[in-house]
Design a protein around this ligand. Structure first.
Ligand SMILES: C[S@@+](CC[C@H](N)C(=O)[O-])C[C@H]1O[C@@H](n2cnc3c(N)ncnc32)[C@H](O)[C@@H]1O
Length: 208
């Protein structure tokens, strides 16, 4: 392979190769996590903390006739996510807005699915954030949290150092389950890909 990445895609090595590997692993984690819910082709979906917009791209394939919204509190992330998804945005399949997870600019009962990939670590009050997500989900709507850092993983030492450096808190999967239930969610499931250190929680807003 030639071009910008040179041989790195096929045989990752050096700085660029590490970036390619990291992105590939990140996308594999997103794909693995998103597989824990079923999607309708017309689903309206929100990705909270959309970062560079990788999950948005993946979700657009799962809901080809629906709409994928993204929000992020950081202006640079919003710009990057828009640039990375400009085709989806210009066709009306996606819309990305600047917003904090705690005050989502959407009406009640608006989304079939809400996803949060590698972002909940930064939320100051997890239960309050979960309640806000509950508010915008339709009854029986689904909420997925996906990430590569939690307490009780085989990578605890690495993850705790990362959390200390960033000044954020990690949770056990049991704690996440309890917080989801406290926010009102039901049918909470915990999934782990232990060898890779990934986790995914699945939860539903109850029927009325
Ligand atoms: C690692 S990135 C997420 C990657 C992204 N989900 C993807 O699929 O590419 C984490 C993002 O969460 C965002 N974030 C952190 N706290 C937030 C909050 N309270 N509300 C909204 N976004 C938040 C950050 O600005 C950052 O862009």
């Amino acid at each position: 392979m030639s071009g910008f990445f040179g041989g790195n895609i096929k045989r990752p090595g050096g700085f660029l190769g590490r970036l390619v590997l990291r992105d590939r692993t990140f996308n594999q984690m997103i794909d693995w996590g998103l597989d824990h819910a079923a999607y309708g082709e017309h689903y309206i979906i929100l990705d909270v903390g959309c970062g560079s917009g990788e999950a948005i791209r993946n979700l657009a394939v799962r809901a080809p006739y629906g709409k994928i919204y993204g929000v992020d509190t950081n202006s640079d992330s919003v710009i990057t996510a828009c640039n990375n998804n400009n085709g989806l945005i210009s066709s009306g399949h996606s819309e990305i807005l600047k917003s904090d997870a705690l005050t989502l600019p959407f009406p009640d009962e608006n989304f079939d699915v809400v996803t949060a990939v590698e972002t909940h670590y930064n939320w100051p009050d997890l239960v309050e954030n979960m309640k806000e997500i509950y508010r915008v989900l339709v009854p029986y709507g689904k909420f997925l949290i996906i990430g590569g850092e939690y307490l009780g993983s085989i990578f605890d030492e690495r993850n705790q150092k990362w959390a200390e450096d960033k000044g954020i808190n990690l949770h056990t999967l049991h704690e996440l389950k309890k917080k989801l239930e406290k926010a009102g969610f039901t049918e909470v499931e915990i999934h782990e890909e232990r060898e890779k250190g990934w986790f995914c929680t699945f939860a539903r807003r109850p029927w009325k």
